[in-house]
Write a protein that binds this ligand. Structure first.
Ligand code: KG4
Ligand code: ZN
Length: 356
C-alpha cells in the first residue's frame, strides 16, 4: 500500500510516498529556514504563504505512481500552515478517489526510527513497530519535549513533558542570545562538540538541570520527576551573559564555546535523567526517539548510554528523518489506517494532544 504523506505544520513543506508504513519510496522536503532566519524564528504568515507556493511542486516531485491513500498532519502546529497541507490533501484524496487519514505530528516523529529507504538493502536492520513495543517514546523537537508511554503500537499517553520551552526552543533562544544565528540547535551542537573534544567536560559552567518542583500546578497531574522546565536554564544563561558584559565580550574572551557546551550539557543531562527515570518505572523493550533535537550528537551519545544501562534497545531515526518530513506522516498512517480520523470532514487542530 503506497501512502502519500503531506506535512506543513511548521516551516517545512514536505511530501513523501511510503510503502506499507516503512519503505520510503520518495521523500521531498522544502525547508523555509532561510525565509525565517532574518526574524530569528518562524513567522506564521510567511510560513503559510511559502507552503502555498511550494506544496504543488513538492507533491508532484514526490509522486511517481499510483497512490492508495493520502495522509496529512492536522495538528499540532501553526494553524495557517496546517491549513495549507490539509486543504491540499483533501483536494488530492477527492481527485484520486482514495481515503484521507489525519495524523498527529508528534506521534509521527516517533515513527521515524521504523523508516528505511527503498532499495538501500537496510530493511532487515530496521525493526517492525510491533516488535518495538512496549516502548518509551521521547519526542524532542522545536515545539515539543515529551516522554510518551507506548504500550502497543499506535497507543500513546504522555507521562512527562516540558512545562515551558521545548528543548529545541531552548537551543534556539540561547543561540539568539549569543548571536549565533537561527536555528540554534545545529550551531550549538557543532560548537559544543568541538569544545568537548578539545577540553572535555570538567570545566563546564554548572547550569540548572530544569527539575520542576513537586506539586506546581503546571505539572497538570504529571510526576515532577518526569517533567522538565527550561525557563530557569534560559534565565541562568541570560544572567551569566549580563554578568560577563554581554555576548560580544564573551565572544571576544573566547568563552562562547565553553558556555555553549555547558548549556547544551544541562539540556542533555536533564533529558537523560528523566529518560532514565521513565525507563525504570515500567518494563520497556525499546526507547524510541524522534524530532529535530534528536540530531544532537551529544544527546545521541548520552541516550545510547542510558538505553544500554536500562537494557532497552535505542531506536533513533537516521538524520534525514529527524526533522519534519512527509515520510513519518505516511508511514504512521499505514499502521493507524483503522483508527486515524478519516480526514474528509477533518479540521486543523493546532493544539492536538498526543493519544487523542
Ligand atoms: O522536529 P523539528 O524539525 O521541528 C519541530 O517539529 O519543531 O525540530 C526543529 C528543532 C529546532 O529547534 C532546532 O534548533 C533543533 O530541532 N535542532 C537541533 C539540532 N538540529 C536541529 N537541536 C540540537 N542539536 C541539533 N543538532
Ligand atoms: Zn516536528
Amino acid at each position: 500500500m503506497d501512502i502519500l504523506g503531506i506535512e506543513t505544520s511548521c516551516d517545512e513543506t514536505a511530501a513523501a510516498i511510503v510503502r506499507d508504513g516503512r519503505e520510503v519510496v520518495s521523500n521531498v522536503v522544502y525547508t523555509q529556514i532561510p525565509l525565517h532566519r532574518p526574524y530569528g524564528g518562524v513567522v506564521p504568515e510567511i510560513a503559510s504563504r511559502a507552503h502555498v507556493e511550494k506544496i504543488g511542486e513538492v507533491v508532484r516531485e514526490a509522486v511517481s505512481g499510483p497512490v492508495d491513500a493520502v495522509a496529512v498532519t492536522y495538528g499540532p502546529g501553526l494553524s495557517p500552515a496546517l491549513l495549507v497541507g490539509l486543504n491540499a490533501a483533501k483536494g488530492l484524496a477527492r481527485a484520486l478517489g482514495v481515503p484521507l487519514f489525519g495524523i498527529n505530528h508528534i506521534e509521527a516523529h516517533l515513527h521515524t526510527p521504523f523508516l528505511f529507504d527503498s532499495g538501500d538493502g537496510e530493511a532487515a536492520r530496521v525493526p517492525f513497530p510491533e516488535d518495538a513495543v512496549p516502548a518509551l517514546g521521547l519526542a524532542i523537537s522545536g515545539g515539543h519535549t515529551a516522554w510518551i508511554d507506548m504500550p502497543a503500537y499506535g497507543v500513546y499517553s504522555i507521562i512527562g513533558q516540558t512545562l515551558d520551552d521545548a528543548a529545541g526552543e531552548a537551543f534556539d533562544k540561547a543561540a539568539k542570545l549569543l548571536g549565533l544565528g537561527y536555528p540554534g540547535g545545529p550551531v550549538v551542537d557543532k560548537i559544543a562538540r568541538e569544545y568537548l573534544a578539545g577540553s572535555g567536560s570538567s570545566g563546564l559552567v554548572p547550569f540548572p538541570k530544569g527539575r520542576p518542583r513537586e506539586g506546581v500546578s503546571a505539572l497538570a497531574g504529571l510526576p515532577a520527576e518526569l517533567c522538565v522546565s527550561f525557563s530557569g536554564l534560559k534565565t541562568a544563561l541570560l544572567r551569566h551573559v549580563q554578568r560577563e558584559g554581554g555576548a560580544e565580550a564573551i565572544a571576544a574572551a573566547g568563552e562562547t564555546p565553553r558556555l555553549v557546551a555547558s548549556y547544551q550539557e544541562a539540556i542533555v543531562q536533564s533529558v537523560a535523567e528523566r529518560t532514565r527515570t521513565a525507563l525504570r518505572r515500567s518494563r520497556y523493550r525499546s526507547l524510541v526517539v524522534g524530532g529535530g533535537v534528536s540530531l544532537n550528537s551529544r544527546l545521541r551519545t548520552v541516550l545510547a548510554e542510558v538505553a544500554d544501562e536500562a537494557g532497552v534497545r535505542l531506536l533513533m531515526a537516521k538524520p534525514r528523518y529527524c526533522g519534519d518530513n512527509g515520510a513519518m506522516i505516511a508511514g504512521l498512517a499505514f499502521f493507524r489506517r483503522e483508527t486515524a480520523p478519516n480526514a474528509a470532514a477533518l479540521d486543523v487542530c493546532p493544539g492536538l494532544e498526543v493519544g487523542k
